[in-house]
Ligand binder design. Structure first.
Ligand code: CU
Length: 169
């Protein structure tokens, strides 16, 4: 009886870890500082970008005072020069939740006058989704959560069975 319980527990734990790996993450831009002019810490957003791994289908959350700031996406060229006359997309209501729907670079700034040049800007690089332990060739492009359990459950059962066959007697 104990073995059945252990098996159930192991299976549950492995499925939970699997779900954790494939689930898209939500990144709060700037953490507790939110989306502001980073006067006290000019490198706030560049360090946030450097210390975070962004994957396809992850979401960026910009928290700010609606009407005092906004979030717009720009081309790289306009991002570098804080040129907010050629906006790709604009998000004016907080919290602005933006899903990273592709790999590559994204450029966000606040379009309020001089906020971008005062450091309210964020550039990120988005990599392909999935577990970091898989190389790109091992990870099929459509291996998102709905299909992955069907493929891996037999494998997990084998792994659990192996655990039971070779216990520490
Ligand atoms: Cu602003």
């Amino acid at each position: 009886m104990a073995k059945v319980e252990i098996l159930f527990l192991l299976l549950t734990l492995k499925l939970m870890s699997l779900q954790y790996i494939t689930e898209a993450a939500e990144h709060v831009v700037g953490g507790d500082s939110a989306w502001i002019i980073p006067k006290k810490n000019p490198s706030l957003y560049s360090s946030f970008a450097a210390n975070t791994t962004f994957r396809v289908n992850d979401t960026l959350v910009f928290n700010f005072r609606t009407g005092a700031h906004n979030v717009v996406t720009l081309s790289q060229k306009h991002y570098e020069s804080c040129n907010v006359t050629d906006i790709i997309e604009s998000f004016d209501t907080s919290p602005a939740k933006i899903t990273l729907n592709r790999t590559g670079d994204f450029y966000f700034v606040c379009a309020f006058p001089s906020h971008c040049s005062l450091g309210q800007k964020l550039s990120i690089h988005v990599t392909a989704g999935g577990s970091s332990s898989l190389t790109p060739s091992e990870a099929p492009p459509h291996s998102r959560a709905p299909t992955l359990p069907a493929v891996t459950v037999p494998f997990l059962l084998m792994a659990v069975a192996t655990n039971l066959l070779f216990p520490c007697y």
